[in-house]
Design a protein around this ligand. Sequence first.
Ligand code: UN1
Length: 512
Amino acid sequence: SSSPGQPAPGAFADAIVDLFGELGLSLSDDLGSDLAVFSPIDGSALATLKMHRATDMDAMVANAEVAFVAWKQVPAPHRGELIRRYGQLVREHKEVLSRLLTIENGKILTEARGEVQEVIDICEYAVGLSRQLFGLTIASERAEHRLTEYWHPLGVLGLISAFNFPAAVWAWGTTVALVCGDSAIWKPSEKTPLTALAFAKLLQKVAADYEFAPDHLVQVAIGDAECGGIIADHPGISIVSATGSVRMGQDVGVRVQRRFGRPVLELGGNNAAIVAPSADIGLALRGTIFAATGTCGQRCTTLRRLIVHESIRADFVKRLIAAVGSLNIGSPLDDMTHVGPLIDKAAFDAMQRALDRARGEGGTVHGGERIEVAGSPEAYYVRPAIVEMPAQSEIVREETFAPILYVLSYADFAEAIALQNGVPQGLSSCIFTSDVREAETFQSAQGSDCGIVNVNIGTSGAEIGGAFGGEKMTGGGRVSGSDSWKNYMRRVTATVNYSTELPLAQGVKFDF
Ligand code: UN1
């Protein structure tokens, strides 16, 4: 089921130039000799970029601080107008941006379109938010006093994003931060800087045409972990939003916290689905297959553990294996493809190491092998793996960023919840059940300990309106949706006395 007729190596490099051209953008200022970027579709080189040095970063932060001072004075609804225009531009270029994203990241086109749609959605959300940055009015204990909470812009946002959602995760944070009155610096993954440059340059273009937007409102830092470290340490950066591995988050989070910057962390997940005996099995099968294999298992919300009731385990696993066997694996540009490539060789090696460890821990592996795609010897396509495990052993408790679904079983519901919660990560979770008591318990404080708790849908594919993030080693941050805009602002509590007396709080007397 691999797709034939891969373009010759290098063909995508021309496609990149064309796609930037169609967007009315140029890459010429960004090209250099520091960072080679490859397409996971065939492993060919796309472009080589300049990287920013520490001194460039200092200048960037200084510029962002100046931009912040101007931007925070622009009324929030006018800040929203910038994002409205940007969302419209992204909508106009949705198809070109989706192709670029697929070529650089390797996700199938329908998922790339979904990611671009997620950018458009968050723009619209942020525009609405620009008129709704509400504070509270609080009952004062003192007569003729008013106690109010205001939200003010906070400063410069430094956003570190991962390769797997090279546009949407940036847009979640940045569009909201911009309506909140902050300026922003983006350090995208070294694996997907071209998508980042396209999305950022479109925003810079809109900003350049917008009378209220200062220069340097949004900047891109092309660099590696050292560059991320500079963002973590820099006192000029008020908020550091980081999406990626637990290891990266532990480093960045501590460094930001050390200087009392504000970290917003969205790190690894180890997401599970409980499949109960009362589940609609067809629905559970469709939900788990997409969640486990979509984006080639490289979402932080990817389904990695299946906790299935012992009475239906054998049948369900048989159907899972058959379903995974029927998926088309190949070029993500082909409409018939379900599963595109892994991002690179390192991802493939990590997957194979995890499968070896699973075998060593008593697992039975179905699939997981490399799939050769004609003309793409440097690309890493795999059959997603279904791995039957005797217990929730060490490897099951780790996140491997690849399509591996570990299958565990349970006898009673409490055991299922204990397995679901028995891992270090706490991002997303779901249950397939028709039993209302199980469904409600799963969502309750006695149920899943994750930030995302779904019933009769898979673990991935969250909408932008809800707060996104999770607990434990996932880092605790909420990057977008609900009231996460408060991450990007500072809270002011104001008490106003409009009486002629001066009563002290808590009844304190101080007469002189
Ligand atoms: C991520 O993998 O970092 O919920 C983000 C989802 C997408 C976002 C995933 N909306 O799967």
